[in-house]
Design a protein around this ligand. Sequence first.
Ligand code: G
Ligand code: G
Ligand code: MN
Length: 310
Amino acid sequence: KLVHAHKIPMLGYLHKPVSPDKLSEIMSQWGASSSENKPQSNKKIYSAAELQSAIANHELINYYQPKVSVATGEVIGVETLVRWHHPVDGLVFPDHFIGIAEKNHLINELTTCVLTNALTQAKIWHENGLNLRVAINLSMDNLASLDFQDLVVNLVTQAGLSPQGIVLEVTESQVMGADARVPLEILTRLRLKRFHLSIDDFGTGHSSLAQLRDIPFDELKIDQSFVHRAWTDDTLRAIYDASLSVAKQLGMETVAEGVEDQHDWELLRQTGCDLAQGNFVSRPLQAANFSTWTEEWKNRVRNGLIADSV
Ligand code: G
Ligand code: G
Ligand code: MN
């Protein structure tokens, strides 16, 4: 894991004492194809000005990843995941620009844009009889001033939607500033207005037990690193079970993220996790592809996804 963390290409491993034969065998695998010489093009660092103009030019596009009921297969909601449709570089993922927005005081502007577009889409879904709960991701930096919460409340009210249908996913990527009272106050106010609060990436970084103690969350999202393959890995399974258990004891809804295959899905069924999200269900989709996916999904459910298969 340490080697992977340093992104060092690995050919294999040898037991001590190392024999020259084994060493040369392993070294013979070294070649252009085995080394990780992927182009580093995606490592581009964008400036605040570029990001600002992307926001202004509507280059940020919302994708939506479904959250489905594990027990019934019903589509309960979606998580909004923003992408940058860059005119030259193509599709740019949020890990390449959310941090830049946070550092350059652009995160409120970015989140407002994401929320506005998500609310427009939520209205369209409602008008078509799809009562989807729509989740958006908040950065801790969004929770630094009361203005932001007023903005959220006003946008949702103006859209004619009810806060109950809006989920705010919060991760704490960095340690909360010296004064944790402001984010706590904002989250509590939003909760009193009936917004659903979700603790994202639970168990990683600072998204953990102290947060559960202090903030009235409705939903707990078990991080994907504890979900995929938990059916076969005892360590992952212990962490997955503990997360599920703490959420249930606190009366929270549970979402497993990163559900990638049928085995993962079966584990959620066996353990009574409420909602599933991940590539096994669907990748993040553009709104235009949502109804096609819904039909496909209904067919998968009808054809025995929910019944005891595997
Ligand atoms: O699928 P993906 O690569 O989009 O998501 C990467 C990360 O970016 C996730 O941790 C997700 O929470 C975050 N993210 C996606 N959209 C937004 C957003 O609108 N605001 C914030 N703050 N984070 C987002
Ligand atoms: O907000 P959050 O950090 O939870 O964002 C979810 C992230 O996980 C996004 O980057 C999304 O694209 C990604 N993702 C969604 N489903 C899967 C999955 O099944 N497997 C993996 N590896 N990543 C996923
Ligand atoms: Mn999220």
